[in-house]
Design a binder for this molecule. Sequence first.
Ligand code: SF4
Ligand code: SF4
Length: 219
Amino acid sequence: MATAIARQRKTPSGKAYKWSLGLLMVTVLGLGWKYPYLGFMVPLVMVAGLIGSLVKGRVVCGNFCPRGSFFDTWFKPLGGSRTVPRLLTTPLFRWSLLAVLFSFMTFQLAMDISSAAHWGTVFWRVCLVTTIIALTVGVLYRPRAWCSFCPMGTIQGAIGGAKHALTISSACTGCGICQKACPMGHDIAHYRESGKVNNSDCMHCGACIAACPRNALKE
Ligand code: SF4
Ligand code: SF4
């Protein structure tokens, strides 16, 4: 019983602070049009993600990103349960999306380069547009579908995705429970042979570790 409770607490939606981060996300999106400085949450999270990636890949995505936290908590009941189309996860699509979004953002920022309020509004606008896309694919596929091709996730995975990969022991039976629990739907048992979950999009959220009935996964 105690073990079961401990496991429940380790799942992403079981972490109380993630509900607060999700609320922060809603607040910024809801009030950013009126208070543009709220938009600076976006570059703050981007910088945090980049620093985190130097240490442990996409750890910020899985644990501290306000939007990711929103997907894991408030939005989760509305999310679908389908596989994200392969096309959306290819490197070509991901890096192209990154180039388009960052070019758009840079162009917008340059339109009034000396105004902090303008920059805040641009960040807020980018956040709004990408969140609308994220909610759409979240309903169509899975709550964290956006995270499969989020430009910041792409950069973080490229920088440090291979760092501190989870280990998977021979106790694994290939039951697939971890894959169902994984917000990204990673085929974790596929890594049994190598003993390391070498997936650069692992967000170190711990959902698979909490779900595995064989205790085969470790950070
Ligand atoms: S839940 Fe555990 S035993 Fe089942 S496939 Fe995943 S790692 Fe292997
Ligand atoms: S593999 Fe495990 S730790 Fe990585 S994203 Fe999936 S559930 Fe989270």
